[in-house]
Ligand binder design. Structure first.
Ligand code: ADP
Ligand code: MG
Length: 380
């Protein structure tokens, strides 16, 4: 799903209020009834509300859903994107949107600029979009989650990523500086480096290997395991050869029930990559789980950041399910063949998905577009 910001400058203050009302209504209603939208928006006169509803539906920020009991609307991912961007714009964290630089499994990455023109990274979390590829039972299980819960999970992922990046940066780890977070989006420093996977010139593979293993141990000594420490999530500067680690929604404490497994997997990812790419096998077999010595407790300290233990558990449960599905798919599950046509399909809810997926023809813009006009009217 692409980010299309063309309509953002045309939204009126009333449109923003109505969009926010749909978002608020979604917390308790899968389909938000029109009278409730009107009530939450606090706008007088049904005609204004109806006009805004129709404006928002036309550009795909909300989608009409016909329910057995009543008709209403739900927020789309596009609508959530606009709300997050608007928050950034009002806080002066973002001024313009540039090109998409990455499509991850569960995120979209854009280069954006702040008011001074400095380029930064916008990471939009999109949990829920990979869940249709695998065996039927799991598909049905995940399909039953409604779009509001996917959005909630995406928001948790963004909150978690921001909290962990902040505490890691503050403690001297090589991670991008986190700049801001709103809803399912994180803003961070743009690192002028490519993922290790793409870097063609690694001057000294044994040294980089040692640096990365030392980094895994350093994370662990502070109570943390990255959990997805691989050639896609390590950016390496071609000149300095310095690694910077990204992508933190799956980070876990060394006290997590599966901590050893995650730790070993992180180590193994690096070993496998270096052997395949550089034919490098270290004489040193480690590090192993028994090498982990706790000296700090960032895993505990991060709980004070606004990302609670309860939220961590909720997200963890979801991420574990997804990992299990991925692994089963990797094993070539017999039933996985029939599902390709449904891959990456929207946000897990049938009705109204077309509204969100129908935007394929919208191009990501070249260069930056000023989106900061006309949308400062809404108060929250
Ligand atoms: P995902 O969770 O979807 O894997 P990532 O955070 O790993 O998302 O980002 C996906 C890709 O976007 C990365 O592999 C990298 O190419 C690019 N990227 C992400 N963050 C940055 C950053 N701060 N600076 C430069 N490139 C980045
Ligand atoms: Mg990644």
């Amino acid at each position: 799903m692409k980010l299309d910001t063309r309509a953002i400058r045309y939204l009126t203050g009333e449109d923003w209020r109505v969009l926010t009302a749909v978002e608020m209504g979604s917390k308790n209603h899968e389909v938000v009834p029109t009278p409730l939208i009107s009530q939450i928006s606090g706008l007088r006169g049904a005609s204004g509300v109806n006009r805004s509803i129709s404006n928002l539906a036309k550009v795909g920020l909300i989608a009409k859903v016909k329910n057995a009991k009543y008709d209403g609307y739900r927020l789309t991912y596009g609508g959530l994107d606009y709300l997050a961007l608007n928050a950034f714009i009002k806080r002066k964290s973002v001024y313009s949107i540039g090109n998409q630089v990455g499509v991850g499994k569960e995120s979209d990455i854009y280069v954006v600029a702040d008011e001074s023109g400095k380029q930064i990274i916008l990471k939009i979390h999109r949990l829920g979009r990979i869940s249709f590829r695998t065996v039927k039972a799991n598909r049905d299980y995940l399909r039953n989650r409604n779009s509001a819960s996917w959005m909630y999970m995406s928001r948790l992922a963004a909150m978690k990523e921001f909290a962990f990046m902040k505490i890691l940066k503050d403690n001297g780890f090589p991670v991008p500086t986190p700049l801001d977070q709103a809803r399912h989006c994180v803003l961070m420093e743009l690192i002028d480096s490519y993922p290790l996977r793409q870097v063609t010139s690694i001057a000294d593979p044994p040294k980089l290997y040692a640096d990365l293993m030392a980094l895994i141990l350093r994370f662990a000594s502070q109570g943390l395991i990255h959990g997805d420490f691989n050639e896609f999530n390590i950016l390496v500067n071609e000149e300095t050869q310095q690694p910077v680690v990204i992508d933190f929604p799956q980070m876990v404490s060394i006290d997590h029930a599966n901590a050893k497994e995650y730790f070993d997997r992180d180590v193994q990812c690096i070993k496998t990559f270096f052997e395949r790419k550089f034919k490098f096998v270290s004489d040193d077999e480690g590090p192993t789980w028994s090498d982990v010595k706790r000296v700090g407790k960032l895993d505990i300290e991060v709980e004070a950041s606004g990302f609670s233990k309860k939220q961590a558990k909720e997200l963890d449960k979801y991420l574990q399910q997804i990992t299990q599905l991925d692994e089963r798919e990797g094993e070539g599950d017999e039933a996985s063949g029939d599902t390709d046509d449904e891959e990456e399909e929207g946000d897990g809810q049938e009705s109204g998905d077309e509204d969100e997926d129908g935007d394929e023809e919208h191009e990501v813009k070249d260069g930056h577009s000023d989106i900061s006009k006309n949308n400062h009217e809404m108060k929250n």
